[in-house]
Write a protein that binds this ligand. Structure first.
Ligand code: ATP
Ligand code: MG
Length: 153
């Protein structure tokens, strides 16, 4: 899917979100979305679009220096908090364990976005959704989206 600007990215983000809501969620774990792609490709922009759609009041800033940020979600029956993790500077998964990672991904009311998931491969939950963004011609962005169906009964 091609995005030529932030508005189109927002449309793609909303479409993605409505699809994941249609997934049955029989497990009690968080919904995790991995966003991969090079520097400045639009991973934070995608997260910002979802946050806006969900009525997050605070401005989503890139969490590069704080690693993880937590926001209250106002407009969703399913989710109460959005977590935005930027693993760009993380040296290893171990650092994440200090951040109460298990509590974050163990709560059904949490929606978790991870930038640079390849830096924390070992702790990405199964059933996470994957979005890969790449640069396309004329400054456009190309989105490849893989939505995981929940296979657990
Ligand atoms: N679809 C798009 N079309 C045009 N510009 C975009 C698009 N998506 C993002 N941008 C712009 O690209 C710049 C970088 O975006 P963003 O910060 O979201 O990238 P990122 O992938 O999170 O980068 P980083 O790897 O540094 O975290 C921003 O100025 C943003 O407005
Ligand atoms: Mg970013």
């Amino acid at each position: 899917m091609l995005s030529k600007n932030i508005e189109k990215t927002a449309e793609i983000a909303e479409g993605f979100f409505s699809k994941i809501l249609r997934n049955k969620r029989e497990d009690r774990r968080a919904t995790v979305v991995c966003l991969s792609g090079g520097l400045g490709v639009g991973k934070t922009a995608f997260t910002q679009a979802i946050a806006k759609h969900l009525g997050v009041k605070n401005k989503i800033i890139s969490p590069t220096f704080v690693i993880i940020k937590k926001y209250s979600i106002k407009n969703s029956k399913n989710y109460k908090f959005l977590f935005h993790l930027d693993a760009y500077r993380l040296g290893s998964e171990k650092e994440l364990l200090y951040l109460d990672w298990e509590k974050i991904v163990g709560n059904k009311e949490h929606l978790v976005f991870i930038e640079w998931p390849e830096n924390v491969k070992e702790i990405i939950p199964k059933n996470s959704h994957f979005i890969h963004i790449s640069h396309a011609k004329n400054g456009h962005r190309d989105f490849q989206i893989k939505i995981m169906k929940n296979k657990e009964k």
